[in-house]
Design a protein around this ligand. Structure first.
Ligand SMILES: [Zn+2]
Length: 478
């Protein structure tokens, strides 16, 4: 596809809210997707991922409006190599959002799946108020500590993190997990809340945990808790409230400063962090790791960390200065991403790094030699080691497929939580080294899981969190 044609499609495309249709592109190589991925009015989920198919081709998921699909189908009609198709697999109804408050105003503790009989299910996804109620219940029942974060969201909501396992000394906390930064990725906060609940119930009862075919001993539960866990269940509550009320696959926050209606509202918080945020300066002009257009799903905001939710996420590192391991919970692909996300990794040339202005304008394209991001060899070994353990645990639960890969994959990102976490060591004076991951839980292509998928996600991710934490402990928390 010629870039000029992408530009013409870009000019005529409009995103119609609430009418995004899941589609997939198919092509003989990931490189075939490059031009289409550069169109920042198309929605490729958290980040574009080309996945190999059984017949030796590659598949790229996207969510497009009907006019966009019609345009692209017409364009690709005469191209035998690349195609765009609506996803035609008939799916069961998506899991409902809970009504009311199953935790009775923060008095009844959440009960995860790790201590319940095989086949037990959770009936509905937590509504936004229930996430708050769950935090309060974890405090009242198990003594979990809560910390109110400094900034209010654009719509005025208060944000809270929980921390548990290592007492009141915040410098004894080494694990950090967050969820709900992309509003539509339903079940992310649930995966986290129910896992923490399982750890505390098992700790109290002196028992272990079981997720499908994966089992964990009480000693392992105690070990994970002792590492000190900070958890931020819903990074983007304004977006989640909007998505839960409207069911329109809303991704961004609800900031109206750059655009007051439709798709122009909101910033993609996962492009707003202070890591190569000003991508126009730092990246090759051939790449679109984020977007300057408010109507894009990957709109980067008005400055690095311009958004209150981003500021709050970052403030956690100041409050808990010894965090070593971080995972941001997303969907829907079925993979685990490790550093870096801006370009290919390299372990040999330390001066070729994200802070060196000599490489401005060269970052982003994968497979070239103009720039590759430096990661010390031992760090790369550590992050891959822990990633492989986490992925193996998720696979072992019930046999769903997951893979671990470098975050850049085939296309770069800027301003994301995982790269920001790892970059702090080099760009924030005195900052601890934080290994950052992005988990994209399954199933591929569906932000709204069915009830069965929602429950499988809890089992798979909870085993994944256990092995992530255990492997992190094994590699080192200090
Ligand atoms: Zn996401």
């Amino acid at each position: 596809m010629k870039y000029s044609l992408v530009a013409s499609l870009l000019a005529s495309s409009t995103v119609v809210l609430g009418e995004l249709v899941p589609v997939h592109f198919t092509a003989p190589s990931p490189a075939h997707f490059r031009d289409v991925v550069r169109n920042d009015t198309y929605d490729f989920g958290c980040r574009p991922v080309a996945q190999p198919t059984e017949d030796g081709k590659f598949r790229l998921a996207a969510w497009l409006s009907e006019p966009q699909i019609v345009e692209l189908e017409k364009f690709y009609e005469r191209d035998a190599e690349i195609s765009v198709r609506r996803n035609l697999v008939k799916r069961a109804a998506t899991a409902p959002i809970g009504t009311g408050d199953r935790f009775s105003s923060g008095t009844v503790a959440p009960k995860g799946l790790g201590q319940q009989a095989s086949g037990t299910t959770i009936a509905s996804i937590l509504n936004l108020n229930e996430i708050t109620s769950a935090l309060n219940a974890l405090k009242s029942v198990y003594g979990v500590n809560l910390l109110t974060l400094p900034s209010k969201t654009f719509e005025g909501r208060t944000q809270t993190v929980g921390y548990v396992g290592a007492g009141t000394d915040k410098s004894a906390y080494h694990l950090y997990l967050s969820a709900g930064i992309h509003a539509r990725e339903r079940g992310g906060p649930d995966n986290l809340i129910y896992w923490i609940s399982d750890l505390l119930a098992a700790n109290k009862a002196g028992t272990g945990l079981t997720y499908g075919k994966k089992t964990y001993t009480n000693a392992q539960v105690k070990s994970v808790l002792a590492a000190g866990i900070v958890f931020f269940p819903v990074v983007n509550p304004d977006g989640v409230a909007y998505d839960q009320a409207n069911g329109n696959l809303w991704r961004k926050n609800r900031n109206t400063k750059s655009g007051s209606s439709g798709s122009s509202v909101g910033v993609d918080l996962n492009r707003n962090f202070d890591f190569l945020w000003n991508f126009k300066k730092y990246f090759s002009s051939s790449e679109a790791p984020a977007s300057t257009s408010p109507s894009s799903e990957i709109f980067y905001g008005t400055a690095a960390a311009s958004e209150p939710e981003t500021k709050n996420h970052v403030s956690v590192y100041s409050s808990f200065p010894k965090i070593r391991w971080f995972v941001d919970i997303h969907s829907a692909v079925g993979d685990l991403l490790y550093s870096w996300g801006d370009d290919d990794d390299q372990t040999t040339t330390s001066t070729m790094n994200f802070l060196n202005s000599a490489y401005d304008g060269k970052r982003g394209p994968v497979g070239d030699t103009a720039y590759k991001e430096y990661i010390p060899f031992q760090d790369l070994t550590n992050v891959k080691n822990v990633a492989s353990k986490m992925v193996a645990a998720m696979k072992a639960v019930g046999g769903r497929s997951y893979s671990a890969q470098q975050a850049v994959g085939l296309y770069p990102t800027s301003g994301a939580t995982d790269d920001y976490a790892f970059s702090r060591y080099w760009q924030v004076p005195g900052a601890n080294k934080v290994y950052g991951y992005t988990l994209e839980f399954a199933p591929s292509g569906n932000f709204y899981p069915t009830s069965a998928e929602f429950n499988t996600n809890i089992l798979d991710t909870n085993a994944g969190f256990m092995d992530w934490a255990l492997a992190a402990i094994s590699v080192g928390l200090e």
